[in-house]
Design a protein around this ligand. Structure first.
Ligand code: ZN
Length: 300
């Protein structure tokens, strides 16, 4: 028994932190690793973001590489158990680090990584936000690898005869670098962080009006699956919670601003109780009210 325990400890040490990832089947062609509806910390070690594998026929297309090198490595290992396909491309939906720090692993495999042209303006930082918040063990092997191919306004891939349209929002929406990926033959859009569900979205780096507009574009598309950057809902209605939250936030903040409320009054009055049970309401809602207020105040 003691020997067994020693063995387990030894192999744990050899392999490093284990995310115990489980791919979830979305449909016949897509599996996702759905992260928890939480902020990154040393308990989830960054497993709070979605990373998806799309079987294009003879290869996988990977949408967002996840929070660390080890996460990416363990995700691909799990996918190879389902079907051992090579990876053709990795696409990073935007520049927030929970979505692309797994790139280091895919680069090691020689895989082409595609992302927004905004990556060209991103500085390499001393320490990433992820690195500050997760454990050293989980971050092991992670380096800042940016995409090696950039999307200006749109880029089309053709994989096994199927078109993959990578579209840039081209305006600050959730971030200034949002891409969404449309695969008509699979009736699917990967929306990145334009779509959150189960939790409150973060407006910190965004623009509320452009974000709503981008969601309206996605909502108007004739598709069956919309897969966001956070949250497990994957049908057409996965977009509804973010859309409702942002449109109500815009409406409420505009209204109090017209009445001449200052920021303190606004923070106290725009509670949006309907969303109180959403995860991260306590940490993000006030911050979102303030971001919306500052933007609308500026526009006045
Ligand atoms: Zn995110």
């Amino acid at each position: 028994m003691k020997l067994l325990l020693l063995n387990v400890l030894f192999f744990h040490f050899l392999l490093g932190y284990d995310y115990t990832l489980k791919p979830e089947k979305v449909n016949a062609t897509t599996y996702c690793f759905f992260g928890l509806a939480e902020a990154m910390d040393e308990h989830n070690n960054g497993n709070m973001v979605n990373s998806c594998y799309v079987n294009m026929g003879s290869s996988y297309l990977v949408i967002d590489s996840g929070p660390t090198y080890l996460f990416a490595q363990q995700a691909y290992t799990k996918m190879k158990e389902i079907k051992a396909l090579p990876i053709s491309f990795v696409i990073n939906t935007h520049t927030h680090d929970d979505h692309w720090l797994g790139n280091a692993y895919y680069k090691e495999l020689g895989i082409e990584i595609i992302g927004s042209k905004e990556f060209k303006n991103e500085p390499k930082v001393q320490q990433t936000r992820m690195q500050k918040r997760v454990s050293k063990e989980a971050y092991e092997g992670t380096t800042q690898v940016f995409p090696n191919e950039f999307v200006d306004s749109e880029k089309t891939l053709e994989l096994d005869g199927k078109k993959v349209y990578i579209k840039s929002v081209n305006k600050k929406a959730h971030s200034k670098s949002d891409l969404f990926i449309y695969i008509p033959q699979y009736s699917t859009v990967f929306a990145g962080d334009l779509v959150f569900n189960e939790r409150i979205p973060s407006l910190r780096d965004g623009n509320i009006k452009n974000w709503i507009e981008a969601l309206e574009t996605i909502k108007s598309m004739d598709i069956q699956y919309i897969i966001g950057g956070h949250g497990k809902l994957v049908d057409k209605h996965s977009v509804d919670a973010t859309y409702k939250y942002l449109t109500e936030l815009l409406e409420n903040v505009s209204l109090v601003l017209e009445e001449g409320a200052d920021i303190t009054d606004t923070l106290d009055s725009v509670k949006m109780e309907d969303f109180k049970d959403f995860k991260m309401y306590d940490t993000l809602h006030r911050q979102n009210v303030e971001t919306a207020y500052r933007m609308l105040e500026w526009e006045q």
